[in-house]
Design a protein around this ligand. Sequence first.
Ligand SMILES: NC(=O)c1ccc[n+]([C@@H]2O[C@H](COP(=O)([O-])OP(=O)(O)OC[C@H]3O[C@@H](n4cnc5c(N)ncnc54)[C@H](O)[C@@H]3O)[C@@H](O)[C@H]2O)c1
Length: 330
Amino acid sequence: MEIKEAFLGKKVLIAGGLGFIGSNLAKKLAALGARVSILDALIPEHGGSMFHAADLPSPADLTVADARDEAKLIPLLEGRDYLFHLAGQTSHLDSMRDPWTDLEMNCRTSLAILEAVRKVRGGTKVVFASTRQLYGIPRSLPVRESHPVVPVDINGVHKMAAEWYHGIYHKVYGIPAAIVRLTNTYGPRMRIKDARQTFLGDWIRRLLKNEEILVFGEGSQLRDFTYVDDASDALLLAACREEATGQIFNLGGERAISLRDLADLLVELNGRGSYRIVPFPDELKAIDIGDFYADYSLIRSRLGWVPSVDLREGLRKTLEYFRAHGEHYL
Ligand SMILES: NC(=O)c1ccc[n+]([C@@H]2O[C@H](COP(=O)([O-])OP(=O)(O)OC[C@H]3O[C@@H](n4cnc5c(N)ncnc54)[C@H](O)[C@@H]3O)[C@@H](O)[C@H]2O)c1
């Protein structure tokens, strides 16, 4: 079934829907004719913002509450066709500095969501946004879904546990669930205040403020990037396609790029700016995964997903967005 028809009139809940990816997804779903509701706790260290609520047709579609609060979550799940679970903590460094909060935000939130879905028994399909971080240091590139899972930080361990919770609730309770392992996702509405979401957010803020970009390491490290519209399409496909249920899919980018080339590209697109290559801070070096790029051939062959926005175009759109709306993010 085409994405276009699949969501017309469908009742959708997005946990974490005021955040970067969730709010982009909400906008897309509303345009597809879905009846979208959002649950978000607006956690200050995360990427959520009330500025992202502007597209919602009615204030009643937004519940500012924590997904760990069952009394708030259960009524929102009644009669839902789809639940997109985007409520989690992204920062690897924060997970090392404060593992308990990461445990709460990634594990307990996921369990609370799955327990609520189990209790409601409404057949809601759950799509969970996981991360490539759980692979750890790649043993071979590009990284396929069959690559061993050996996380190098607490965030990766907790996301791995969250994936396993989904697997167990699928197998034992028959909850239809699909998992998408995102790589670095970027685009309008990302958090640029700091590097909590990705280092790229930090680079974009520095460019906008005419500050030098700091490239850690030697600049030769490879990464892949997915534009947020492409990531949203993958989540939608994972939701509406029956064959995605019970599966795990990598996302990726149209190419891998070194950090130095990425910095050059950003400076070129911005029309000004500069960068400096500096040694990795110790805290980051200890949890660094080296080169990474994903093999996304599984989602391409099974669901027909391919990244459609190339890095140059995606970065251009991202910079344009933040030039227009930067005051809401800085
Ligand atoms: N951005 C990326 O590059 C990336 C990469 C891999 C995985 N992911 C995962 O995708 C998900 C969404 O990422 P994002 O970049 O949009 O992050 P984000 O921080 O912008 O959005 C997450 C939203 O979830 C909300 N939230 C968190 N815990 C909650 C809870 N218990 N109850 C209610 N709301 C809660 C936050 O307030 C925030 O608005 C996260 O789980 C993240 O780990 C993101």
